[in-house]
Design a binder for this molecule. Sequence first.
Ligand code: HEM
Length: 248
Amino acid sequence: MLSTIFAILFYLATAVFVVGLVYRIRLYARTPAPLKIPTTPAPVTRQGVVFRMFREVAFFESLFKSNKWTWLFGWVFHVAMLLVVLRHLRYFTEPVWLWVNLIQPFGKYAGFAMLAGLLALWGRRFLVERIRYISSPSDHLMLILLMGIAASGLMMKYVVHTDIVALKAFTLGLIRFNWQPLPADPVLLVHLSLVLILMFVFPVSKLLHAPGVFFSPSRNQVDNAREIRHPAPWVTELESNATKTGGE
Ligand code: HEM
């Protein structure tokens, strides 16, 4: 019964997550950015923009320039989470890929780094007056959700172990549509329930900054406002009408 409920919830959550993200990304891609507003100094070529975007995504460059503490905590949290998530691939692949095996030892400590980063980011929302003032419930709830996932994961890793072999049979069963029983350990159920909540809320949450950063006009535009004229569509239309009527 429990396994069936979780199996159905995982299929639903995956559908909401994938369809929601595709919908959002299409919306971002179609939103007009009619003005040239790259934050200067900005790259003057397309390759330059790709390099800038890479620095932004891999190193959080603009955050580094604006606040060193927030950058440190935010960057540590994100890199650690990436490692943790990649480490989790061993629960979903059979045989486990070599590189996933190789990162296991680092991933182990990444769980702590992830939690520490999240705690520091949460502390910032209480301790920095300016940030406390602008923090909304969703800012707190998202941090609490991620901290709950990390804490329950670490609990399983170091305190109350779960049956990883049975869990893997369950996850592979989901992928292969051959359902298997889910171990009923409370901490695992908490971990998975929080992950389900994360998947359901992701497409309507502030976590959309992850795909959203690629659509930020101030970061993804080439600084060529002086080299090329960028008329709005109605200007081009007016001009072509004017040529047709002999410039009147
Ligand atoms: C369906 C998806 C997931 C499953 C089946 C799952 C399962 C597990 C299991 C079994 C452990 C214990 C590892 C061990 O005892 O060696 C664990 C640990 C952990 N999980 Fe998850 N998890 C999932 C998703 C996530 C997500 C999305 C995150 C982060 C956003 C996350 C964060 C963690 C952390 C931080 C740990 C502790 C450190 C580690 O062992 O890597 N988990 N997870």
